[in-house]
Design a protein around this ligand. Structure first.
Ligand code: SAH
Length: 245
């Protein structure tokens, strides 16, 4: 996990030996399960460290305020949900470096949920809940709706769809961090109205350098400024089939 250790230090997140062992277990479990459950195309030891682990940790650049100590170091107990987490990205790497984070991993596919439950148990992580549901359904469930300080999403959907699948989970005052690749300004501009309809506002589009990747990636940070109207999210499939305009 040398690549991860070096890269994380560059990101300002020094990792302990215990945290590095947790990532090693994560890697081994991911590869073992990937033989029978389709979790990732990225399996190379170096590539997983960069494209999954460091890329997930780069989300931390969008969290907290300039001038304040970073919340993952101060024991801040944010309640976060990772929507469409797949094999746990970006939520689980964040949890490993931020033990006080209360994390819900939301995933619709049963086999991936089984993997996540096994991994969370193996890592002995407290304060992680794995939920098998579609975001369109969980987002209407009072147990989850407007219950989170932070929603995370990587590779979930285009911006308007993503906004409908994430903003309903966030309480007013909370935020969404969407991880995107190349400059997503055009995509964000096109989704501006959808974001407002759902109670959100674009706070920033932040370029981030992931150590080991050549091109900058981008975080789209939304803030929740008013409650999501009751008719959103629409029924399963609709946010992707007919993105709000
Ligand atoms: N975030 C992970 C996985 C991205 S692939 C990563 O970046 O590696 C998108 C994942 O979201 C898939 O696992 C898919 O099953 C899940 N997903 C897609 N739409 C969803 C929805 N509406 N509700 C819940 N999960 C969803």
């Amino acid at each position: 996990m040398q690549r991860l250790a070096d890269g994380a230090r560059t990101l300002g997140i020094p990792l302990s030996d215990d945290q590095l062992s947790a990532f090693q277990i994560y890697y081994e479990t991911l590869i073992a399960w990937n033989a029978r459950v389709n979790l990732t195309r990225i399996t190379d030891y170096q590539a997983v460290q960069v494209k999954h682990f460091l890329d997930s940790l780069s989300c931390l650049a969008g969290i907290g305020r300039a001038g304040s100590p970073p919340p993952w170091q101060t024991g801040t107990k944010l309640q976060a949900i990772d929507v469409g987490t797949g094999a746990g990205f970006p939520g689980l790497p964040l949890k490993i470096v931020w033990p006080a984070l209360r994390l819900t991993l939301l995933e619709a596919t049963g086999k991936k949920v089984e993997f996540l439950r096994t991994l969370v148990a193996r890592l002995e992580l407290a304060g992680v809940t794995v939920v098998k549901a579609r975001a369109e359904e969980a987002g209407r469930d009072p147990a989850h709706r407007e219950r989170y300080d932070l929603a995370l999403a990587r590779a979930l959907a285009g911006m308007a769809t993503l906004a409908e699948l994430t903003l309903p989970f966030v309480r007013v005052g909370g935020s969404v961090i969407a991880q995107k690749g190349e400059d997503p300004s055009a995509e964000v501009a096109a989704a501006q109205k959808a974001i407002e309809t759902l109670g959100g506002r674009v706070r920033q589009v932040l370029p981030v350098m992931v150590p080991g990747l050549d091109a900058a990636r981008h975080l789209v940070v939304l803030e929740k400024v008013s409650p999501t109207p009751p008719r959103y999210p629409r029924r399963p499939g609709m946010p992707a089939k007919r993105p709000l305009t």
